[in-house]
Design a protein around this ligand. Structure first.
Ligand code: SF4
Ligand code: SF4
Ligand code: FES
Length: 568
C-alpha cells in the first residue's frame, strides 16, 4: 500500500493503483474517457490531466503509477486548463446532437462538458462528417455513428482484451480516423452489447434499446440474470411497469462489468404476461375464475389424491424459483403434507461464458455455466430433489406410471414445455395444475392455471454456480390479480394451515436460513448478498464499486459448499 496526497487529502491505495485511481479514492472525480478498470491503460484521450509534484508538465493521471508519498494537484489552475483544452479539442468536431442522441443522459462527454467545459464554443466551422459511417449497423446488436466517436479505444480494447475476438480497429489516419470492423467482419461476439456499454459517448449504441426511452426516465432495480447458473448481476431498467433493458451491474466476484448478449436480451421477455387470471377447465371448457375457486380446486385435488396414496401426487419445483420459494414448496408439500414426490428438473443449456479471470480461478479466464436456470443449487439446498433415473418424473415420462395430480410450479421450467410429446406425457396425470406467465403448450393443456408474474415482480435469493447467495429485488408489482410465485405458495399453504399470507420474501428468508445448508447466519441486507448498487451510466459502471465497497467484505460473503457428489 502507498500513501498519496490528493488536493491536500491523504489516502492509502494499493501499490498497483495509478494516479487517477488515487484521485478517485480521495473522492476527487478527475474527468476521463479512455480509462476503464476492466481494460488496459492507454492514455489515449488526455482528459485526465493533473499536476504531480516533481514532474514539470501536467500528466495524464491514468498513465502514472503511484509511489509512496506522491503529491497530486487535481484541481489546480494548470490541471483544469489542460483538461479544458482537451475538452475543447474533442468538441471541435463533435456534432453536439445530444437532443437526438440516445446516449444523452449517460454520456461522459456531456457530463464532463456540463461539469467543467467552456460555456461557449470558439469555432464556427462545420463539423466533420463521415458519410457511410454514421447510424450504421456494425453487428447484430450494435449501431455505430462515427461522427460522435472520440477515439478513446475502449471498444477496441474490449473486443481485443475481454472478448478476445478483436473485431474492431482504427481505420484511416489523423483527423479522418474512425473505429470500424475489420474488412469482412461484424461486431458479433457473445458479449457485443458490452462494447456499446463501455463507449463513453453515443458512437456505439445498442440497437434493441435505441430510442425506446430517454434514460433519465428509467428506474433501476438490482436483479440477477436468470438466463443461466452464472447469475450475472444486472440492473432492470424500467418505467411504468415496462422493462426497457438490462444493464450489467458490476460484481468483481461474478460477472465483473459484463454480461452476455443472450442474457441481456432476455429483458424484453419480462414484459410478456399472457395469463392474467386463474383459469379452471371443466368438461374440456377453460373458464377464467378467481383465486379462491382456483385454489380450492387445487386443494381438493391434492387432498383427495393424497388421502388415497400420498405417492400419487407429483409436485415439480423449478430451478427458476428463488430459494425462498423452493423452501416453501418443500415445507408445504414434503414436510407438511408428507408427499414423497417433490422434485425439480433443469435443462442443460448451451455453455454460457463470462470473461472474468478473477472468478474463473483455475478454470481459465471465463466463468462458465452449463445449466439454463439460475438456482439449481438453491433449489437443492432448500430440500427439493433433482430428478434422476428413478424419479417420479422419469417414470411418468417413460410411461410406466402416472400420477393422480401433477402440480408444475413453473410452466417454463424446461424448453420441452412447448414440445407436444413432452406435454402429452405430462398430461397423463389425471389433474394437471400449473403456475404460468406466458402461454405455452403445457399451460394451455392444464386443468388449472395459476397466473404468476415475472422475475421483475418478485424478490428473493438465488445461489449461483459458484455457490454465492445473490439477492434480487422486485422492480414493480405484478399486474392486478396476478401473484408472485411466493404469494401463490403462501396462499396455498394457508389452506393447510402452514403459512401466513402476510409473509414477505425476507420473512421466509429469515425463517429458512438456519435450516438451509449454506444460508446459516446469512443476512438479507448483507452487502455481499445484496450486491453492488446499479450505476447511473453503463460507461461508468465501475463507479458503483466505490458506492458499494462494503459488498467486498469477505466476512459477509456467503458461499455454499459444493454438494457431495458434485454440482447439482
Ligand atoms: S466508438 Fe466509442 S468506445 Fe469506441 S473509440 Fe469511439 S468513443 Fe471510444
Ligand atoms: S452468462 Fe448467464 S447469467 Fe450471465 S448474462 Fe449470460 S445468461 Fe445471464
Ligand atoms: S483517461 Fe487518462 S488519458 Fe484517457
Amino acid at each position: 500500500m502507498a500513501k498519496v496526497v490528493v488536493d491536500g487529502k491523504t489516502v492509502v491505495v494499493p501499490d498497483t493503483a495509478n494516479a487517477l485511481e488515487a484521485c478517485r479514492a480521495a473522492g476527487v472525480d478527475v474527468p476521463h474517457f479512455c480509462y476503464h478498470p476492466g481494460l488496459s491503460v492507454v492514455g489515449q484521450c488526455r482528459m485526465c490531466m493533473v499536476e504531480i509534484e516533481g514532474m514539470p508538465k501536467v500528466q495524464a493521471s491514468c498513465t502514472v503509477p503511484i509511489r509512496d508519498g506522491m503529491v497530486i494537484q487535481a484541481s489546480s489552475e494548470r490541471a483544469r486548463a489542460a483538461r479544458n483544452a482537451t475538452m475543447e479539442f474533442l468538441l471541435v468536431n463533435h456534432p453536439l446532437d445530444c437532443p437526438i442522441c440516445d446516449q444523452a443522459g449517460e454520456c461522459k462527454l456531456q457530463d464532463n462538458a456540463v461539469a467543467g467545459g467552456l460555456p461557449v464554443s470558439r469555432t464556427s466551422e462545420p463539423r466533420r462528417q463521415y458519410p457511410g459511417y454514421d447510424r450504421t449497423d456494425i453487428g447484430p446488436h450494435v449501431i455505430a455513428d462515427m461522427t460522435r466517436c472520440i477515439q478513446c479505444t475502449r471498444c477496441i480494447r474490449f473486443c481485443a482484451e475481454v472478448a478476445g475476438t478483436g473485431e474492431l480497429t482504427f481505420i484511416e489516419r489523423g483527423g479522418h480516423t474512425i473505429v470500424w470492423t475489420h474488412e469482412g467482419h461484424q461486431l458479433d461476439n457473445e458479449w457485443s452489447g458490452c462494447a456499446a456499454d463501455v463507449c463513453p459517448v453515443g458512437a456505439l449504441t445498442v440497437k434493441e434499446f435505441r430510442f425506446r426511452k430517454r434514460v433519465w426516465w428509467l428506474a433501476k432495480a438490482r436483479s440477477v440474470c436468470d438466463g443461466c447458473e452464472i447469475g450475472c448481476n444486472v440492473s432492470i431498467e424500467h418505467r411504468d411497469r415496462v422493462v426497457h433493458r438490462y444493464l450489467p451491474r458490476v460484481n468483481p466476484h461474478v460477472n465483473d462489468f459484463w454480461m452476455c448478449d443472450y442474457g441481456r436480451f432476455r429483458a424484453e421477455g419480462l414484459n410478456r404476461q399472457d395469463w392474467l387470471r386463474p383459469v379452471v377447465r371443466a368438461g374440456g371448457e377453460a373458464r377464467e375464475t378467481n383465486w379462491g375457486e382456483a385454489a380450492t380446486a387445487v386443494q381438493l385435488a391434492i387432498d383427495e389424491a393424497r388421502g388415497a396414496d400420498p405417492a400419487s401426487v407429483l409436485v415439480l419445483g423449478s430451478a427458476n424459483a428463488s430459494t425462498e420459494e423452493s423452501w416453501l414448496l418443500a415445507e408445504l408439500f414434503s414436510r407438511t403434507l408428507g408427499l414423497p414426490n417433490v422434485e425439480f428438473d433443469v435443462d442443460a443449456g448451451p455453455l454460457r461464458r463470462i470473461p472474468n479471470p478473477k472468478a474463473a480461478g483455475a478454470e481459465g479466464r471465463f466463468l462458465t455455466g452449463t445449466l439454463a436456470a439460475p438456482n439449481a443449487r438453491g433449489t437443492e439446498a432448500a430440500g427439493i430433489r433433482r430428478v434422476g433415473a428413478d424419479s417420479a418424473l422419469a417414470r411418468l415420462l417413460s410411461g410406466s406410471w402416472a400420477p393422480e395430480v401433477l402440480y408444475v410450479t413453473d410452466a417454463a421450467f424446461s424448453a420441452r414445455c412447448d414440445d407436444p410429446e413432452f406435454v402429452a406425457a405430462l398430461r397423463k396425470a389425471k389433474k394437471l395444475v400449473v403456475n404460468a406467465r406466458g402461454k405455452n403448450a403445457l399451460s394451455e393443456a392444464a386443468d388449472v392455471v395459476l397466473p404468476v408474474g415475472s422475475l421483475a415482480t418478485k424478490e428473493g435469493t438465488f445461489v449461483n454456480v459458484q455457490g454465492r447467495i445473490q439477492r434480487f429485488e422486485a422492480a414493480f408489482l405484478p399486474p392486478p390479480i396476478v401473484k408472485s410465485d411466493l404469494e401463490v405458495l403462501l396462499h396455498l399453504g394457508r389452506r393447510w394451515g402452514a403459512f401466513d399470507t402476510r409473509w414477505t420474501a425476507r420473512d421466509v428468508f429469515e425463517r429458512m436460513r438456519d435450516r438451509v445448508a449454506g444460508y446459516g447466519g446469512a443476512r438479507w441486507d448483507a452487502p455481499a448478498i445484496a450486491g453492488y448498487p446499479c450505476s447511473l451510466s453503463p460507461a461508468a459502471a465501475y463507479d458503483a464499486l466505490a458506492a458499494g465497497r462494503e459488498a467486498d467484505d469477505p466476512d459477509a460473503t456467503h458461499v455454499l459448499a459444493a454438494p457431495a457428489g458434485g454440482r447439482p
